[in-house]
Design a protein around this ligand. Structure first.
Ligand SMILES: [Zn+2]
Length: 80
């Protein structure tokens, strides 16, 4: 059975995201930089029960080094 797209972004955990292999797209609140989050690293640091919305708030932006991102979308892996 193919993985189902997540229904509600605010309730999705890192464990669920990794199980579906979807990419988590996060936008920096400070500079607007948008890109995929490093879900595997976040999973190792915060655990499977961490919610993706909480993770986005803790992420450090790769462009401006600021914190406080928001989840933009969850997208299927390339090639599917
Ligand atoms: Zn930024």
């Amino acid at each position: 059975m193919p993985p189902q797209p997540p229904a509600d972004l605010s309730t999705i955990t890192l464990g669920e995201l990794l199980r579906t292999n979807y990419a988590l797209i996060v936008r920096c609140a400070a500079c607007g930089h948008t890109g995929p989050a490093d879900v595997l690293t976040a999973y190792r640091r915060h655990g499977a029960a961490a919610r993706v919305t909480a993770l986005a708030e803790r992420l450090r932006c790769t462009r401006c080094d600021g914190r406080g991102g928001v989840v933009v979308s969850i997208t299927p892996p390339a090639g599917l």
